[in-house]
Ligand binder design. Sequence first.
Ligand code: TYM
Length: 326
Amino acid sequence: MARVLSGVQPSGDLHLGNYLGAIQQWVANQGSDDAFYTIVDLHALTQSIDPAELRRRTLETAAGFLAAGLDPNQVTIFVQSHVPAHPRLAWLLECTATMGELNRMTQFKDKGRGTESVRAGLFTYPVLMAADILAYEAEFVPVGEDQRQHLELTRNLAIRFNHHYGEVFVIPEATIPTVAARVMDLQLPNQKMSKSIPSPLGRIDLFEAPEDIAKKIKKAVTDTDGIVAYNPETKPGVSSLLDLLSAATGTSPGDLAAKYTRYGDLKADVADALITLLSPMRERYLHLMSDPGELTALLRRGATKADEIANATYERAAAAIGLLPR
Ligand code: TYM
């Protein structure tokens, strides 16, 4: 069984981009891989977040994983900060990474915008992500397109470490879906749908009420030429609706485009398909959130299993780099 690891920041509600870009693949492959899925609360600290909100969202994200279809008997779900090997390994890797390579990370450039007040943790964020992955000897990392550069850095850090200190790390590979790897904002179709952009009309949250989903799709930005065609460059809004329908139905966006002559009909079908896809998840989510005790117990079990594996990797890396055993 291939070892797999991926994660989500508990910095906002899970949205359709998180599901179609990442979580859907996790659910589809459970049972055929040995998977670890983590709620990366330490990463959420790289931007301003209220302590009580962080705690609440960490639990909500865990409920979201289960509601979206992950089965805790088949995969390991845990909170990143419950496993001390993550920041410990991150430090070893930080001491092999260079300012130059971290400066080239586009996510830092976008979020940090070069300001003095940007948190140092946001700069070193990709190294902590590398530690998340390498600690589990993950061969595959199922993520959306926006994480591709982080995976490249992870591979480079692992290769460099192995070269200098001996074969400690497995070199991981990103697995990025062929459809909906980059779900776009419904109001700003040239930007990805994101937790951090305050655009309630542009984002569909995973456990949103059906009437709100219908309203947002109805209001989604298209264009004025009135032709249903798939071309993300010239028709980003319409193409993004076709991508959503494609991800929900399994038919290619080009084939779907040929079936429609009016934006209104396309939008109605996108809304119906999304509501059909998401409604059962919403029911499960509301049910799970009514019993947080069960979620906490499940996360504790997950952390125990994760801790064993991650700590063993950390110990090997620490020994290889020259730290004296305790
Ligand atoms: P995060 O929390 O921003 O997103 C979680 C997952 O959702 C995917 N995603 C999208 N996919 C398609 N379209 C979108 N609009 C969209 N928005 C988000 C992301 O690609 C991701 O797979 N750095 C990571 C968290 C992380 C991690 C890790 C991931 C920390 N450690 C180790 C994998 C392995 C992040 O901020 O994801």
